[in-house]
Design a protein around this ligand. Structure first.
Ligand code: TXA
Ligand code: MG
Length: 337
């Protein structure tokens, strides 16, 4: 699982990737698991562009990729379990879910869109030499889901990424075929014991060899009552993904497709014209830009979610690609009991 220590990417390509990231653009990057569609995790619009490019109809939280543990610690509350697992398996095909640090001191914060507004953040140090070289040069967190269109299989060669996206991704870095070929194991270490949220090349046996436990390492399932796949391990049921703690849900009612505002309501506006009378108004995008709206969604929802407001009235949002993901999130927020 250890990375080859000698990076082999031409400096001019590294420079190009870093400039594109700094400009909020996407770069397809090889990792040892699968190719990632990578963007600056601190730039909300760049992260929104990932969802738009993948045509992902939902905002699932994304993994941030960093060069080293010191960088990870700037963004998450590190703990003893993380330390044990990271020492054993990083760099490598394992992602740790940890609590977000309340503020990343002296750093630009990771966009709320990366964690889908939640209080936790998934982080990993990939073992691929090129990924390491790029991350070290960038110096900050890179959000990267698998570089495929939503619903398609994950790419394990640069050609797969080209087939998926053609010219719509400006730079596709060829690092050869991925050695693992399967997405990283996602391990939640926010509780008393590690929970595997997504199985991968690092198995619960590997995890147990580092953090011994009598009950085995539970494998979380997204369907209630479905037994876990890991034989002999207990299972933790997480109901539905929308109920995961990693997804933010407002605590006050959310009213969709609002064309007027009722007494005591706050307004989540979209576009240049808006109804009057709101107790507080935040605009997702005054110019009606859906990428900007997605970048602002979770931060604005949180800001309006205060007990003094009777509800959050949300103006209609167009339902094309990333608008559909925004509407999916808002629909789930409004459908609470
Ligand atoms: O191998 C990999 O992990 C690849 C390469 C590119 O690094 N990346 C990848 O990312 O598979 P993505 O976004 O396709 O998958 C992220 C997974 C999802 O299952 C997501 O639900 C979970 O990690 N995840 C991300 N953040 C989370 C969080 N805060 N809490 C719980 N699960 C989280
Ligand atoms: Mg994927």
């Amino acid at each position: 699982m250890n990375a080859p220590k000698i990076p082999h990417l031409d400096v001019s390509i590294v420079d190009k990737a870093i400039s594109l990231w700094r400009a909020g653009e996407l770069v397809a990057m090889p990792t040892e698991t699968v190719y990632g569609l990578a963007a600056d995790a601190t730039n909300g619009e760049a992260v929104a562009r990932i969802y738009a490019t993948k045509s992902r109809p939902q905002f699932n939280p994304l993994i941030i990729h960093v060069a080293d543990i010191a960088t990870a610690k700037r963004y998450v509350e590190w703990n003893a379990m993380a330390d044990a697992l990271a020492s054993a398996f990083w760099p490598g095909p394992m992602t740790l879910v940890l609590r977000k640090r309340p503020e990343a001191r002296g750093q630009r914060a990771v966009s709320e869109l990366v964690s889908a507004g939640g209080d936790t953040l998934a982080v990993r140090i990939p073992a691929h030499a090129i990924a390491q070289q790029l991350l070290a040069a960038f110096g900050g967190p890179i959000a990267a889901p698998s570089a495929n269109r939503s619903g398609r299989v994950s790419p394990t060669t640069a050609q797969h990424v080209r087939d998926e996206f053609g010219d719509s991704v400006k730079l596709i870095i060829d690092g050869g075929p991925c050695a693992v070929g399967l997405e990283s194991t996602v391990v939640d270490v926010t509780g008393d014991a590690p929970v595997v949220l997504r199985p991968g090349a690092i198995t619960s046996k590997h995890i147990q060899s580092v953090i011994p436990s009598n009950d085995g390492i539970p494998l979380a399932t997204s369907q209630s009552g479905t037994p876990g796949q890991a034989r002999g391990d207990s299972t933790v049921s997480l109901k539905s993904p929308g109920q995961l703690a990693s997804h933010y849900a407002p605590s006050i009612p959310v009213r969709l497709n609002a064309t007027s505002v009722a007494a005591g309501e706050a307004l989540l506006a979209f576009g240049p014209a808006q109804p009057a009378g709101a107790i507080q108004t935040l605009n997702l995008s005054p110019s009606g830009n859906l990428i900007e709206a997605a970048a602002n969604l979770f931060a604005h929802l949180r800001a309006l979610d205060i007990p003094a407001h009777r509800a959050i009235a949300v103006m209609p949002i167009p339902d094309d690609v990333i608008g559909a993901a925004i509407n999916d999130r808002l629909m789930r927020a409004s459908a609470r009991d």
